[in-house]
Design a protein around this ligand. Structure first.
Ligand SMILES: C[S@@+](CC[C@H](N)C(=O)[O-])C[C@H]1O[C@@H](n2cnc3c(N)ncnc32)[C@H](O)[C@@H]1O
Length: 698
């Protein structure tokens, strides 16, 4: 008898081995977690085998001669999960699928399928050779099975050789999909099955005592899970583990999942130009579907759909709104800038937060918007203009060098720090593979320096302020709580205060792994993509209560509330310079003690002294004679060249910046320009920048 129709159509059926059929039956108990995991493992392997088998079948079908009998329907308990998985991908008949038993050979209560079952159900389809049926009985099943397996093994070896030629390479680095010795790591993983195993492992880890396989430790499960996460989501093992450790297994999975989806598009109404209602109406008229972003913001609009490009509408070009992630509103809301204040935005490009501050201040007071990256600072200037902010001066400094030595005495300082971006992986998936251990040392180092500089740039005696807000778009503890704890230790003249952001978000960690943080760390706020559906963010608000106390060791005062007179400020600045110098590996020179005793009180004469001193120092460091340079100073050309090469940071700290540069993630060059965005609003402090810096006022 020839081959049946179904056989012709579907090709050669799988062998018992391919189908995962073991002749033993497993117990009928419902799948436990670990058993299910084992099955998922097997299913993954099965899928690989199936690929090989199909290819082989195609080859065999060329001759249309099927010499291997179909699988025997050994009656066994059905495995729903395997069936489901296999029936989607594998080309097997319903009967065969129903006949799939579990292949848990370890089950002690396994029994062989009875002859009755075999005969009742029949071993072949109606189309099969009846002679073959007769020859098969309970006695020779085992022998036949072995024969089939041997043939199968040989065919598999041939198929494997062929498959290796055209095997799909996985697009995921460091593929370690299958954990068995027979894994074929070069083949593309079946992501669906991999995801099932991730979900299942998380389920087991969530109730480990009850669901785990006693022979496997928690560490083994965790290691398997992390490996699968790396393969499935494309993280480096280092970063996957760092992020995983922030949450429970189930929440970690939610976090990784959320990073695969974009956050909602949000725009911020520029209240300097319009109001939210008017803007919403205009955009609706253009075919934009939108709604208020949430009760927590009066200016945000969430965009659901749009038929026009949001970066090119007349409203956009007229500066009625800015595209800004919802969580980026939060640091500015925490800063709560007041009208007529003097504010520093230390790392401000491209200006989403600067322009928000400007709007909250209703274009009064002055904002020094600084960024170390010149090209980004240009983008910032563009936004400042487009949104009509008239109270912004754009500066281009490495902030830890320039503040407060060049400018200080601010009512409030925002440090939206450069960071690893682990909160915005949905936006920038390159973070998954680009951040390494070194980044998580170098970035916190810079963030600590910047935050110390931010604190020291605030006037603790400000009538309206005295606040610092530190924020990052990273969720790692190293860049968040640990940075804050560091500055709390170094600056006892600040303490954490409530962000004023209400219950939105979750409190920061007061302890993490072996680390213990200040109890007030629970006043800081964390935001996560999977919890609040916003970019991951950290926001901490600090209040400066006094200057650093004179005479404290390591530049750290022992108590808060020290005197606030000029002498103390002078000492504070000195100590600040010492600490910063020590942190940055910079030489602290004597000039620091002479930094102005009134923040914002720099005058050109005083500046001149410092500049000259810095110039001499710089010349010496270059092996030049300062006296000779003095002579040539009268020549304006030489003078301007010299000045251009002196940085704000070097004025008080000397030239030993190599280490600081090496550790800088952004590698900004020393800058010599202050790009003043608005002439009218520059207050007395602007004088400080006159002698050596080209002030571009707009
Ligand atoms: C998170 S982004 C700031 C985003 C900005 N606050 C906003 O809302 O649009 C961090 C910025 O820090 C700048 N930066 C890096 N190192 C710096 C430094 N040492 N001093 C000042 N700015 C720095 C980067 O150029 C980058 O623009």
């Amino acid at each position: 008898m020839g081959v049946g129709n179904r056989m012709k159509k579907q090709g050669m059926p799988m062998s018992l081995q391919e189908m995962g059929i073991d002749r033993k039956r497993k117990s009928t108990a419902k799948d436990s977690g670990p058993t299910k995991l084992v099955k998922l493992d097997r299913a993954l392997r099965q899928q690989e085998t199936e690929k090989k088998s199909k290819k082989k079948a195609r080859l065999a079908n060329r001759d249309a001669q099927i010499t291997v009998p179909p699988p025997m329907p050994i009656a066994a308990e059905e495995d729903d999960d395997i069936e489901e998985i296999l029936s989607e991908d594998l080309d097997i008949s319903d009967n065969a699928a129903q006949a799939l038993p579990d292949d848990d050979t370890s089950a002690s209560d396994s029994v062989l399928a009875s002859d009755d079952e075999i005969q009742q159900k029949g071993m072949f389809s109606e189309d099969e050779d009846s002679d073959a049926i007769e020859t098969l009985n309970a006695a020779n099943i085992e022998g036949l099975s072995r024969k089939l397996d041997a043939e199968q093994a040989q065919q598999e070896a041939e198929a494997q050789a062929e498959l290796e030629d055209d095997a799909l390479q996985t697009n995921i680095a460091d593929d370690n999909l299958l954990d068995g010795p027979d894994q074929t790591t070069t083949l593309a993983p079946d992501l669906k099955l991999l995801h099932s195993r991730i979900t299942e492992t998380v389920r087991v880890l969530s109730d480990f005592t009850k669901l785990s396989d006693p022979s496997r430790s928690r560490a083994e499960y965790t290691s398997q899970l992390l490996s699968d996460i790396c393969t499935y989501y494309g993280y480096t093992p280092y970063l996957a583990e760092k992020l995983y450790n922030l949450f429970s297994p189930a929440e970690a999975l939610a976090f990784f999942e959320a990073n695969e989806r974009p956050r909602p598009t949000v725009i911020r109404t520029n209240t300097l130009r319009t109001n939210r209602r008017t803007l919403a109406q205009s955009l609706i008229n253009r075919g934009v579907q939108l709604a208020p972003v949430g009760k927590w913001s009066k200016v945000g609009l969430q965009i659901y759909d749009t038929s026009v490009p949001l970066g090119a509408t007349p409203e956009y070009l007229a500066g009625h709104y800015i595209l800004q992630a919802a969580s980026s509103f939060l640091p500015v809301m925490a800063l709560a800038p007041q009208e007529n204040e003097r504010i520093l935005d230390m790392a401000s490009a491209p200006g989403g937060k600067t322009t928000h501050i400007s709007a909250l201040m209703r274009n009064t007071g002055v904002i020094f918007a600084n960024d170390a990256n010149k090209s980004r600072a240009k983008g910032l200037i563009g936004n400042v203009h487009r949104l009509g902010c008239k109270n912004v001066i754009v500066c281009n400094y490495e902030a830890q060098k320039a503040f407060p030595s060049t400018l200080g005495g601010f009512d409030r300082v925002l440090l939206d720090a450069p960071c690893s971006g682990t909160g915005v992986i949905a936006k920038d998936p390159s973070v998954k593979t680009s951040k390494n251990e070194r980044d998580f040392l170098a970035l916190p180092h810079m963030q600590k320096n910047l935050l110390l500089a931010a604190i020291d740039s605030v006037d603790h005696a400000s009538k309206t302020g005295g606040y610092i807000v530190y924020s990052t778009c990273s969720v790692t503890v190293e860049e968040d709580e640990q940075v804050v704890q560091y500055v709390l230790n170094k600056r006892p003249n600040v303490h954490i205060v409530d962000t004023g952001l209400g219950t939105f978000g979750t409190p920061g960690f007061t302890s993490y792994q072996s680390k213990k943080f200040h109890k007030d760390m629970n006043l800081t706020r964390r935001y996560f993509p999977h919890r609040e559906n916003v970019d991951g963010f950290f926001v901490c608000k600090l209040k400066k209560t006094g200057p650093l106390k004179t005479g404290s060791t390591n530049g750290v005062a022992s108590t808060n509330g020290a005197a606030t007179n000029g002498t103390s400020k002078k000492a504070e600045t000195t100590k600040m310079a010492e600490v910063n110098g020590a942190l940055s590996g910079l030489e602290v020179n004597g000039t620091t003690e002479e930094v102005a005793d009134e923040f914002g009180g720099f005058d050109s004469e005083e500046d001149k002294t410092y500049i000259e001193r810095a110039e001499k120092k710089w010349l010496k460091s270059k092996g030049l004679d300062p006296a000779a340079a003095d002579k040539s100073k009268s020549k304006s050309k030489a003078k301007s060249k010299t000045e251009a090469e002196v940085t704000g940071g070097e004025k008080t700290r000397g030239a030993g910046t190599d280490k600081a540069k090496a550790l800088s993630a952004e590698e900004p060059k020393d800058k010599t320009k202050i790009n003043g965005a608005e002439k009218a609003k520059v207050n007395g402090t602007q004088k400080s920048s006159k002698p050596t810096k080209k002030t571009k006022q707009q």
